[in-house]
Design a protein around this ligand. Structure first.
Ligand SMILES: [Zn+2]
Length: 352
């Protein structure tokens, strides 16, 4: 048995008390550390799930947006065709002009204006082709619509009424006004290239994530337009005559591109009947210049064409300005390129 003095017992008690305090402190520290670790782990778990949920939501929105096609309103067939070709499967394009309707006289209905308003992009030709455009743009909220004037960077040609003769306008007055531009720019492939560039730029602005896709489509069709241009150049170089008598002054840019000369029976407004004097002028021109064919399109006044053909003995053939293909033409697989080539074949037959 070991005996302690009172002092020794006191010391031992103090020591034990100190040791007890220490172990309690250690316990508290241990528990605190565990609690802190648990809290950190919990925070991480909560953050991770909510963050990844946010990430998922973000991804879902992106997927939803990319599966949603860009809605495009196009003012007539060529604008529709070009917008469809550049937009590919990322766009849903609507042709505002009903099949086979004359684009020079058509005006959008209130329903058409609603679909323009709901579209993400409005593609039009400009240069006076869509006489309704300014009025419609003023009447709708264009904040969320990319408006694409495809002829914006195209060098425009003025309609020279002297060259094609005075044309009676619908109000019965002689229209010899200056600075009226020919809107049919798409009939020159090199100008059409500038038009598809405008369209490609608009898609890229709306959907920059797919810019490579739109660029590739642009490159492809720009090359196709170059091919078409060389086919025209080659064919026209063999033409014996460079004069084309047409029912409608739609081929000014085609003539400008390939050194042809357009003699139009009517000006831009085909429904207006040419004057008797103009009919005589045209017939005399045909006889004096050995013209063998008069070209008409689907909106030509058949009486006028027949009367000229009968009095001069020329053949008649169709040249299509492409602005308004019929349902039958669409169903037969016609588009800008096939129709441009059909026109070239018609010209070869008549002018070689
Ligand atoms: Zn036209």
């Amino acid at each position: 048995m070991i005996l302690f003095g009172t002092g020794g017992v006191k010391n031992l008690r103090n020591k034990q008390r100190r040791q007890g305090k220490c172990s309690r402190l250690l316990k508290i520290i241990k528990i605190s550390v565990i609690v802190i670790v648990i809290v950190i782990v919990m925070i991480n778990i909560i953050c991770f799930t909510s963050c990844s949920r946010n990430k998922m939501e973000e991804l879902n929105t992106i997927n939803k947006n990319s599966s949603e096609k860009i809605s495009v309103s196009a003012s007539f067939y060529v604008m529709y065709d070009f917008s469809s070709k550049i937009g590919g499967d990322k766009a849903s394009v609507e042709n505002l002009l009903p099949y086979g309707t004359d684009p020079h006289t058509w005006e959008p209905s209130p329903k058409d204006i609603v679909s323009i308003q709901n579209a993400r992009m409005l593609v039009y030709n400009g240069a006076g082709m869509e006489k309704w455009i300014e009025k419609v743009l003023k009447s709708i909220d264009v904040k969320n619509i990319i408006v694409v004037e495809t002829s914006k960077n195209v060098k425009l040609l003025e309609i020279k009424f002297d060259e094609i003769g005075s044309v009676e306008s619908s109000d019965g007055q002689q229209s010899n006004q200056a600075h009226v531009y020919d809107p049919h720019v798409w009939l020159d492939p090199s100008r059409a290239k500038l038009q598809i560039r405008e369209i490609a730029d608009a898609y890229i602005k709306i959907d920059p994530g797919n810019s490579d896709y739109y660029e590739k489509n642009y490159e492809y069709y720009a090359m196709e337009l170059d091919k078409l241009d060389s086919e025209y150049k080659e064919a026209v170089s063999k033409f014996k005559t460079k004069d084309i008598v047409v029912s409608h002054a739609a081929f000014g840019y085609l003539c400008d591109a390939y050194g042809l000369r357009q003699i139009a029976i009517s000006g831009l407004d085909e429904e207006a009947e040419p004057t008797a004097l103009r009919m005589v002028e045209i017939s005399e021109y045909i006889k004096a210049n050995g013209i063998t064919t008069v070209f008409f399109d689907k909106f030509a006044n058949p009486k006028v064409i027949e009367s000229i053909a009968n009095s001069t003995g020329v053949k008649i053939a169709e040249l299509n300005p492409i602005a308004s293909l019929s349902l039958e033409e669409i169903e037969a697989g016609k588009d800008y390129f096939t129709t441009m080539r059909d026109n070239l074949e018609t010209l070869k037959k008549a002018l070689n």
